[in-house]
Design a protein around this ligand. Structure first.
Ligand code: G6Q
Length: 545
């Protein structure tokens, strides 16, 4: 069964939200907080997560209308269909089951009437054994040396998830050094391998299709380097692969014992939980990898079974729609207050923008409303010293997610309160701003003349009323990280359902894969064929001596 096709703008709740928006849009968040009566929960507590949504331009009516919208778009039905393996990725005729990969070992999930869980369990056992054998030194390189380094060769979904998690869980890392090669830029791959010892390095080629130009080019460059440094037969002991395309792997010369399967019902950008996460398992050990999966699975259960008014991904997804479609906010920032999550914004850019960057609805008609938000961000406090200026005093409304942790990881960390005081102070300042009277008072306490004060005042006023969500998590553990990523995955799903789009295809990315190969042929043959005048002249310039 496929997803229903409901245009959200034709629902009663959308119309009511429009009128409600006119009533609430100029209200002060701080007043809304003060007036808030009992009713909807503006603080959501779930396991190690405390999510405070009170610093938003919302009241009980807003939330109730957003829940009504979710009901009218039949979000519940969509959730059931996703988790039970219906073909909700209609344009590719596939189920969407990254949730199955992290499901409990004894559950039953069917695709084409076959329970897929036993097969997934088998792959997990293989990941576990391979990880343990590499880390213990049982599996070694071709010269019998223990592996010290692992290089993940992949791009997009076969890179961004693993690299983000490996970085995020660095505190838990094993004795292997992890590296990532993604870009087809030859300088990237050569830079990564230049100081590596071929005898002690394991390479994992991760490609769902095993046809991606970037990944295959990098894999071949490294294979040739390895053969030159060691010999041809060493390839079978230094390369592993993760893919759905078993034939192509065989042709590359990878040892069948080092090959891990993927399934077409796990989308690339949602695949870090599968064998694509092999580099994560090697980097932090299998137990930590499994804890990551468990955390994601617990968030899946929360998303599946909680009522909308206590459902974290549902509420975050609906709030994002509130700002995107009613306030017309174009972007959202994600600001993690931990250096470990420095790759999270880039990871979410792909997950969110590739999924919901669509302008045709599920009936194939152009949408008449805004979809996919633009996602950006960086770690706090670094970003405070950079782009926060625009969030505080620019002309654009930028709702932000602040992600922070109650406890640091290192026991001897004496700076955590400093970090977290910035975390709390920023959301408060974004909400409160700084009034003209306060600025005036401050300036009067200085030795400035009235003329100087009058000049400076407008520049020092902060309008405030900038919405934020505060996601306060106990500690950056593998389990909590799994839950956090899963939370964002479900937020994406909620938004895609309401916007009546297909979140799990990516025709825009496919286009890029086709275009470059045609141009490459022309470059290789030094023969520019028919293009627009701009491209023709650029290619000629590139090919000129
Ligand atoms: C993800 C996208 C895309 C994909 C890469 C790599 O959802 O489809 O980012 O992951 O293009 O594709 P392969 O894994 O097939 O090499």
């Amino acid at each position: 069964m496929t997803l229903k096709k409901i245009n959200p703008t034709t629902t009663n709740s959308w119309e009511k939200l429009n009128s409600h928006f006119d009533e609430i849009k100029n209200k002060k968040i701080v007043d809304l907080i003060d007036k808030r009566a009992n009713g909807n929960n503006f603080n959501l507590n779930w396991k190690g997560f405390h999510v405070d949504i009170s610093k938003n331009i919302i009241d009980n009516t807003t939330l109730n209308l957003l829940f009504e919208l979710a009901k009218e778009c039949d979000l519940k039905d969509a959730i059931t269909k996703q988790f039970s393996g219906n073909l909700i990725n209609e344009t590719e005729n596939r189920a969407v089951l990254h949730t199955a990969v992290r499901a409990k070992k004894d559950c039953k999930i069917e695709v084409d009437s076959i329970n897929i869980v036993p097969g997934l369990n088998k792959t997990k056992t293989r990941i576990k054994d391979f990880t343990n054998d590499i880390l213990s030194g049982k599996l070694r390189g071709s010269t019998n040396k223990v592996f010290t380094d692992v290089v993940n060769i992949g791009i997009g979904g076969s890179d961004l998830g693993p690299v983000m998690v490996v970085e995020a869980l660095k505190y838990y890392s094993s004795n292997l050094n992890s590296h990532f090669v993604s870009n087809v830029d030859g300088d990237h791959v050569l830079e990564v391998i230049k100081n590596l010892n071929p005898e002690t390095t394991l390479f994992i080629v991760v490609s769902k299709t095993f046809t991606t130009q970037e990944t295959l080019s990098n894999a071949n460059t490294i294979k040739n380097w390895l053969i030159k440094k060691l010999n041809k037969s060493s390839v079978s002991q230094h390369f592993a692969a993760v893919s759905t395309n078993q034939n192509a792997i065989h042709d590359f010369g990878i040892n069948p014992d080092y090959v891990f399967p993927m399934n077409d019902w796990v989308g690339g950008r949602f695949s870090l939980w599968s064998a694509v996460g092999l580099s994560i398992s090697l980097s932090v050990g299998y137990n930590n990898f499994e804890a990551l999966l468990d955390g994601a699975n617990e968030m899946d259960d929360h998303f599946k079974s909680s009522e909308f008014d206590s459902n974290i991904p549902v509420i975050l997804g609906l709030l994002s729609i509130w700002y995107n479609n009613f306030f017309k906010a174009e972007t959202e920032a994600v600001i993690p207050y931990t250096q470990y999550l420095n790759r999270l914004p880039a990871y979410l850019q792909q997950a969110i923008m590739e999924s919901n960057g669509k302008s045709v609805d599920r009936s194939g008609k152009p949408v008449c409303y805004q979809t996919g938000n633009i996602i950006w961000g960086d770690t706090g406090t670094n970003s405070q010293h950079a782009f926060f200026q625009l969030i505080h005093q620019g002309t654009k409304l930028i709702p932000c997610d602040f992600i922070g942790f109650k406890f640091p990881l290192h026991k001897e960390n004496k700076q955590h309160h400093k970090l977290m005081s910035n975390f709390f102070a920023q959301t408060e300042a974004l909400m409160l701003g700084k009034s003209e009277s306060l600025v005036d008072k401050e300036l009067k306490n200085s030795k400035m003349t009235q003329k100087q004060i009058n000049f400076l005042k407008p520049f020092k006023v902060f309008k405030g009323n900038k919405p934020t969500n505060t996601i306060l998590i106990d500690k950056l553990t593998p389990k909590n990280l799994g839950a956090l990523i899963s939370m964002y995955e479900h937020k994406i799903f909620v938004q895609g359902i309401i916007w009546n789009i297909f979140s799990y295809d990516q025709w825009g990315v496919e286009l890029g894969k086709q275009l470059a190969s045609k141009v490459l042929d022309e470059i290789n043959q030094n023969k520019v064929s028919k293009h627009d005048r701009s491209t023709t002249s650029l290619l000629k310039k590139y090919l000129s001596d």
